[in-house]
Design a protein around this ligand. Structure first.
Ligand code: ADP
Ligand code: 5GP
Length: 209
């Protein structure tokens, strides 16, 4: 082992890896992330806070923490969010305390956040491993959104318009996975995480002088 290796290990010990996954709504991110979480039983998943109303079947504390706009805005004033953004008219945020505490235990974290949030996380955690999930085409995206049956036509139109903007920002990400065939894309994502998890921690925050 070289001095460089030992320095790197010392600097990263106790710091888990941070995986940030984004995708335009309907690309299959929830489906893929669920499969990844089932595969890696020890991956910590950040449950976001949102002002959105729960969809049928969604559980408070499991899918999201559903909070009021007032509570969310109080969180902004108290610097409670590691990142936050307005997405499709609702506010979404990640708990800074949960991220810091979980990384400190050495656990690896999976974050499912939008492009604005990924940008903020990269500024705070430059070593974050960012992955963008792409639909095979805009037509496929439209069909998946309609097939999911959870959003009305106006919401779907808003999500499609945002999708075009998000697709244009995919260069921000270290990896792009095309969700064409679900099984193939799941395998690619699992292989990516397996690769990084075999390396020393890369999720450490930027240390200020
Ligand atoms: P997101 O979380 O990105 O909004 P979802 O995971 O909810 O997307 O997927 C949107 C819809 O597309 C769901 O009905 C899901 O079952 C379906 N879906 C996901 N991946 C694929 C795929 N590779 N091929 C076809 N349909 C898919
Ligand atoms: P949905 O309402 O479909 O669950 O999520 C809409 C979008 O919000 C998705 O792109 C999702 O990744 C994003 N999102 C979910 N949680 C967060 C979060 O904590 N921060 C940010 N910036 N985006 C989030």
């Amino acid at each position: 082992m070289t001095d460089g290796d030992s320095e790197h290990r010392a600097a990263t010990s106790g710091a888990g890896r941070l995986f940030v996954v984004s995708a335009p709504s309907g690309a299959g991110k929830t489906t893929l992330c669920s499969a990844v979480r089932r595969h890696f039983g020890d991956l910590a998943y950040s449950v976001s806070y949102t002002t959105r109303t729960p969809r049928p079947g969604e559980q408070h504390g499991k899918d999201y923490f559903f909070i009021t706009r007032q509570a969310f805005e109080a969180g902004i004033a108290q610097n409670r969010w590691a990142e936050w953004a307005r997405v499709h008219g609702n506010l979404y945020g990640t708990s800074a305390q949960w991220i810091d505490e979980t990384l400190a235990t050495g656990k690896d974290i999976l974050l499912d956040i939008d492009v604005q949030g990924a940008r903020q996380m990269l500024a705070r955690f430059p070593h974050a491993i960012t992955i963008f999930i792409c639909p095979p085409s805009m037509a496929a995206l439209e069909a998946r959104l309609a097939g999911r049956g959870t959003d009305d036509a106006a919401t779907r139109a808003l999500r499609l318009a945002n999708a075009k903007e998000e697709m244009a920002q995919q260069d921000l990400y270290r990896h792009v996975v095309v969700n064409d065939d679900l099984e193939r894309a799941t395998r690619e994502l699992i292989d990516l995480l397996t690769h990084y998890r075999a390396m020393p921690g890369t999720g450490r925050p930027r240390i200020s002088p």
